[in-house]
Design a protein around this ligand. Structure first.
Ligand SMILES: Cc1cc2nc3c(=O)[nH]c(=O)nc-3n(C[C@H](O)[C@H](O)[C@H](O)COP(=O)(O)OP(=O)(O)OC[C@H]3O[C@@H](n4cnc5c(N)ncnc54)[C@H](O)[C@@H]3O)c2cc1C
Length: 460
């Protein structure tokens, strides 16, 4: 499994045919819109702008190849999740706004289903919902509260609590006391989604330049590493966790957090006879240090998790994309979830960076005077959020006041993260506390006090 870009950055990308990079920018150009970053955000944005007005001249510049970043590496959950707390949104704005946020996210999932069908993107999209398994009494207590709280913001489809009997229509012989179930989640093969979307955008007439790194963005023009300039009325930066690699007047403050994944070899039919999982639900449990899994179309389990240490100074480092410790933890988690899984052979392991703002609310901004825009900060919920963000940024750029431009993320600028070393201690401290709570709860110990400390450390 290798391709032109060397070692592919995920199993998903490695499973595709050889990736041929598109042309590189090798001259100065002038366009209407320049989009920086060929992940889901940049591609959706180019897609919606071009659909709005096919005569617009739009260029998209990508430093590696479309899908190289988180969009080609993720867990493939197309969920209605947001990284921030809706209760905080209700407190700060109103119940109506918190409910509107949830609706916009459920609509976002439906919009992705619509585009995938309309544009015939073959990305193994299946809508089976998501199961949040309760692995112990503490998780069960928390998840039942979660169902009630989330239903405060949702009419349809409702979140439901499944006791062990009801759970068996989704999953059997799983080590859980019950599960919270949300029908509003699908799963995809992420690299097929992002590469398929790039092909659609390409065919619409957006000029995609790959192997083209943007080093500086200024009002009216951007500059590439080779010194070429792109003049544009609007320049829209969609580089998520990589944003610090570009000099621009964004004033953004975000930290990269690494999420790591493994995929098993294809599992025998006997395993799925034993556990069910026929609807391809995405799966997690109620622990604090998040894990996320999906069943692939070729009967593997792809599972990811957090917990990789944060690097001092918010440094991006490819070394953070691999960790034996996290790989072992993911394999152990799988064995704990499914007792019939005795010998697990890992076929591929990888990781990638996600971006977190200080209040965990994405920042989708457009400065009309400068002609510059930004979209970032989805943490681990970017597959649907990137679509919602792209449509929000489109509306801001076009000067249209819509439901999306009234959302908490529109025109929002999060406050700065704390300076180092407080930031380092806070982020790594919260990982340690989360891991300790999960450890204690698995052994039946009540960790309420630590949970309060964790809630105070993590901005929600
Ligand atoms: C391991 C992992 C698992 C995840 N699982 C899920 C999940 O299951 N569900 C979910 O909703 N979200 C998940 N996420 C998050 C989700 O993948 C991201 O939020 C989303 O893909 C972000 O899309 P993006 O286009 O904004 O950023 P990216 O996909 O990171 O794209 C940014 C692009 O910009 C390019 N770039 C960077 N710098 C420059 C430059 N200077 N010049 C030109 N181009 C540049 C990069 O090469 C990259 O292609 C996961 C993320 C990871 C890493």
């Amino acid at each position: 499994m290798s391709n032109v870009a060397g070692v592919p950055s995920s199993f998903w990308l490695a499973s595709l045919d050889r990736i041929e990079k598109r042309r590189k920018l090798n001259k100065d150009i002038s366009v209407d819109f320049a989009v920086v970053g060929g992940g889901l955000t940049g591609l959706y944005l180019a897609y919606y702008l071009k659909k709005h007005d096919p005569s617009l001249r739009i260029s998209l510049l990508e430093s590696q190849y479309c899908g190289f970043g988180a969009s080609g590496r993720n867990g493939g959950w197309v969920s209605a999740l947001v990284p921030f707390s809706k209760a905080k949104i209700e407190e700060r704005f109103s119940l109506e706004v918190a409910r509107a946020v949830d609706k916009v996210m459920v609509d976002g999932l439906e919009e992705i289903e619509r585009i995938v069908a309309l544009e015939k993107i073959d990305c193994e999209l299946r809508r089976g919902g998501t199961l949040l398994l309760a692995r112990n009494k503490s998780q069960e207590r928390r998840l039942k509260i979660y169902v009630d709280e989330e239903n405060r913001y949702r009419d349809s489809p409702p979140h439901v609590w499944l006791d062990i009997d009801k759970l068996s229509s989704h999953l059997k012989n799983v080590n859980a006391l019950g599960a919270a179930y949300d029908e509003a989640c699908a799963r995809v093969q992420p690299a097929k989604l992002v590469r398929g979307l790039a092909a659609v955008v390409d065919a619409l007439g957006v000029e995609i330049y790959e192997d083209t790194t943007v080093v500086e963005i200024a009002p009216g023009s951007l500059t590439t590493k080779e010194g070429y300039r792109v003049r544009a009325k609007s320049i829209l930066q969609c580089t998520e966790a990589y944003s610090s690699s570009v000099t621009s007047p964004s004033g953004s403050s975000l930290i990269p957090i690494y999420s790591l994944m493994v995929v098993t070899q294809p599992l025998p039919d006997s395993f799925f006879d034993d556990v069910g999982w026929s609807r391809y639900e995405t799966i997690t449990d109620g622990r604090n240090l998040i894990i996320y899994a999906q069943r692939t179309d070729d009967n593997r389990i792809a599972i990811g998790g957090r917990g990789a240490p944060y690097r001092f100074g918010s440094k991006l480092h490819s070394g953070s994309e691999h960790s034996h410790k996290i790989t072992d933890l993911l394999v152990t988690s799988l064995k704990e979830l499914f007792p019939s899984l005795k010998d697990i052979v890992v076929d591929y392991e990888w990781g990638g960076a996600i971006a977190a703002t200080r209040d965990l609310i994405p920042n989708i901004r457009y400065d009309e005077t400068l002609g510059l825009g930004w979209a970032y900060g989805y943490v681990g919920d970017g597959v649907t959020s990137s679509n919602v963000a792209a449509r929000t940024l489109r509306d801001l750029v076009l000067g249209e006041e819509t439901e999306l431009t009234s959302m908490p993320w529109a025109r929002h600028r999060s406050r700065q993260w704390e300076p180092e070393p407080i930031r380092y201690l806070g982020v790594n401290g919260s990982i340690l506390v989360a891991r300790t709570i999960d450890y204690l709860e698995n052994r039946g110990v009540d960790a309420t006090i630590l949970q309060r400390i964790f809630n105070a450390l993590v901005p929600k």
